[in-house]
Design a protein around this ligand. Structure first.
Ligand SMILES: Nc1ncnc2c1ncn2[C@@H]1O[C@H](COP(=O)(O)OP(=O)(O)OP(=O)(O)O)[C@@H](O)[C@H]1O
Ligand SMILES: [Mg+2]
Length: 219
């Protein structure tokens, strides 16, 4: 399947651009291969130094997270490494929360999203960029899917004293989107959690992207 794809094969396939990269950011493309649609995150077009350091590191980090999370509903399946600069996984038809309208979200959407995040935490991964609505997809079937594990951390490598804070950062990302899109379904306990986390936000060192990788997209 995906792991049989090589860069030479990818170069021959008709591909659709999902997201254009910036100087320190990958290009995202989708393509059909062996009867399935794949998303490929590719740093090959970044400047050579960026690609060989940051790009390699990001690809490895995201691939390892996808492998750890394999089998959880709500995580794109079948991850593979195209090469050192690109990681692939299954394309999930749908739209991101940034594009979705509140009326399109089923009543159980945010409960399910919270559940996917909890399953992810049970596998000792924190995402850390869930405030970004481009990183959460509503699939065609109306279920949540998490994207973009570039900023994730492996809790097995982090001192236990930080685990609760890191998990709470993810949950506050879920609740921030929840209150924005479906405030009618938000309860006091979750609201209080979000307010508590917002007060602590100015202290966060774990903010996803380092400064600068979010510059102008490639033309
Ligand atoms: N598996 C997938 N299925 C469907 N769409 C996807 C998938 N992976 C990524 N996308 C689309 O590509 C976009 C960018 O993906 P991702 O967030 O992983 O890359 P990125 O380099 O972090 O981009 P950005 O900086 O815009 O967040 C997503 O917002 C989504 O629209
Ligand atoms: Mg993203």
């Amino acid at each position: 399947m995906g792991e049989q794809m090589t860069r030479q094969v990818l170069d021959q396939l008709p591909a659709e651009i999902l997201s254009k990269g910036r100087w320190g950011n990958a290009d995202l493309v989708s393509c059909r291969f062996h009867g399935k649609t794949w998303a490929i995150k590719d740093f090959a077009l970044c400047p050579s130094l960026v690609k060989k350091t940051w790009g390699r590191w990001m690809v490895r980090r995201e691939y390892k997270a996808f492998i750890r999370l394999m089998g959880i509903a709500g995580i794109p399946p079948d991850p593979f490494l195209l090469d050192a600069y690109a990681v692939g996984y299954r394309f999930i038809p749908g739209k991101t929360l940034r594009e979705a309208r509140a009326e399109e979200l089923p009543d159980d959407f945010f409960y399910r999203l919270e559940d996917v995040v909890t399953r992810m935490h049970e596998r000792r991964i924190v995402h850390l960029d869930l405030r970004n609505r481009r990183n959460i997809l509503i699939s065609e079937n109306g279920v949540p899917v998490l994207l973009d594990f570039q900023s994730c951390m492996d809790l097995t490598r982090i001192p236990r004293v930080f685990h609760r804070l890191l998990r709470d950062i993810d949950l506050s990302g879920v609740y921030k989107n929840w209150i924005k899109l479906r405030p009618d379904l938000m309860d006091e306990a979750r609201l209080a959690h979000l307010a508590r986390m917002n007060r602590r936000r100015s202290l966060w060192v774990f903010k996803g992207y380092p400064m600068g990788t979010k510059g102008k997209r490639r033309g």
